[in-house]
Unconditional design. Structure first.
Length: 470
């Protein structure tokens, strides 16, 4: 997730009002409903200790949204999600972050919050829910290919689609592109070779244009749509070191009036799998780093280890599950992102005159944002019941008395084949769920470099000194 747009939240002191509002139903509500919602949010903030000026700023932002759903804050959400400027209006809701009577950021949400309103007032902005409600959206470049060239389109999972240019035969190499009977019988072979050469030249030109378009847009996924041969010919000309995932679909096409309904489903599924694989790969590296390599772990898990890594700017990728048990754990922080400790008394070693208590996830996200680290949202681990409920049938489904075995042999064979298919699908889902399982407690990190003990320090440092400085 691109956290750079959130940097203004950490460039000024708190306390902060953090508001998440579900506007999906309120968009169609009468104006009186909007006013009631605004008053409720302001009352909740005031009850938590928010100052009057900040409450008014939040209320004004909600009133402005009621009159114009498309606000400048949407561009912030698009930057965070990685979707670029799509021109769409978010229907999920809005987040508002305000301090000292000023709204600093109000990104749009692509997913509606679980409750109509959620407010918090604290020393740091509560941005962890933003990871779930405005998740990163991988850019997908769809190439509609034919024998002449291709049309390009950028897509995001939430429907932010826009044209991205086109390419046609270079230097007029758009004729001939169809194999037909040549005027003279003896020219058939020559004519066919000309057609083949034209296809090859156009495919090479399309691949070059596609590569340039990827560099221009930063898309991480490419979907090639068109006939089998057209797709294959373009794909073989793509660079081997292409920094993108390439998939193909037989649905859709460049011709006018082509039915792209199945293509839309294929693109959405490709984007879903792309996001899953990207998270899975990061978690695989996390699990590999969690095993001791020599004497130095390359990953951290648990609040104490993460706090130490954040102090030393060693977090490269932060994993966050907002509902994890560690997310709401209290830590102590100062004005700087690297001023973190698990106990208030420890902050004196960091030169913090007035430390404050805050949530672990918000403090670590602040550190990740200001040190250029990546943040990856991980889902809760799936339930592992192990009680046999819903277990795969088959071993105990045979008749105990052997009656009717001959009559049911054909159907039994069919059921066995289906059971094997179902089992393969279940095993694949189990493996996918295992790879997506996040850190224990919901917080973890891949480190930029492992913790090392400097020679001659006796293995002591801030962490070890704290253990004896009670």
């Amino acid at each position: 997730m691109n956290l750079a747009p959130l940097a203004p939240l950490y460039e000024r002191p708190g306390p902060w009002a953090s508001v998440y509002v579900d506007t999906s139903a309120a968009d169609q509500a009468p104006s009186g409903r909007h006013a009631l919602l605004s008053r409720q949010v302001c009352a909740d903030l005031a009850a938590q200790g928010a100052d009057e000026a900040t409450c008014k700023a939040v209320g004004d932002a909600l009133d402005a949204y009621a009159s114009d759903p498309r606000l400048p804050g949407d561009a912030v959400a698009e930057d965070v999600q990685g979707g670029g400027a799509s021109g769409r209006v978010s229907t999920g809701g809005r987040a508002i972050f305000a301090a000292h009577g000023e709204v600093v950021l109000e990104p749009a949400l692509t997913i509606a919050p679980p409750t109509e309103t959620a407010t918090s007032w604290g020393p740091l902005p509560h941005v962890a829910p933003l990871l779930q409600l405005a998740p990163p959206e991988p850019l997908c470049l769809v190439a509609y290919i034919d024998r002449v060239g291709a049309d390009f389109e950028l897509r995001t999972p939430s429907g932010g689609n826009r044209p991205a240019g086109s390419v046609d035969g270079e230097d007029g190499d758009d004729f001939p592109v169809h194999v037909t009977t040549a005027p003279e019988q003896g020219d058939d072979r020559h004519f066919q070779m000309t057609v083949e050469n034209t296809w090859e030249a156009n495919a090479r030109n399309t691949a070059e244009a596609l590569t340039a378009k990827l560099a221009e847009t930063g898309a991480g996924l490419v979907v090639l749509a068109g006939d089998d041969r057209e797709r294959r010919t373009v794909r073989v000309h793509l660079p081997r070191q292409l920094n993108a995932t390439v998939v193909e679909t037989p649905h859709g096409g460049r011709a006018r009036g082509a039915d792209n309904r199945l293509l839309d489903e294929d693109v959405m599924e490709a984007m879903r799998l792309f996001a899953v694989d990207r998270t899975s790969d990061a978690l695989d590296r996390f699990r590999a780093g969690s095993t001791i390599s020599g004497v130095r772990p390359d990953a951290a898990e648990g609040v104490p280890a993460l706090v130490e890594a954040a102090r030393e700017h060693r977090i490269g990728t932060l994993f966050v599950q907002p509902q994890g048990s560690d997310a709401n754990r209290e830590v102590w922080a100062g004005a700087a992102p690297d001023q973190l400790a698990t106990r208030r008394t420890d902050t004196r070693y960091l030169g913090v005159p007035e430390p404050f208590a805050t949530r672990a996830d918000d403090a670590l996200i602040r550190s990740a944002t200001m040190t250029g680290a990546d943040v990856v949202l991980v889902e809760p681990a799936p339930d592992e019941r192990g009680d046999g409920i819903g277990s795969r049938a088959g071993n105990g489904s045979a008749n105990g008395n052997g009656a009717g075995q001959e009559a049911g042999s054909a159907s039994g064979s069919a059921l066995s084949d289906q059971a094997a298919i179902d089992e393969d699908g279940t095993l694949a889902e189990d493996e996918r769920a295992r790879r997506l399982r996040g850190p224990i407690g919901g917080l973890g990190a891949l480190l930029r470099w492992p913790h090392t003990t400097e020679p001659g320090d006796g293995g002591t440092g801030l962490t070890e000194d704290r253990s004896t400085a009670r």
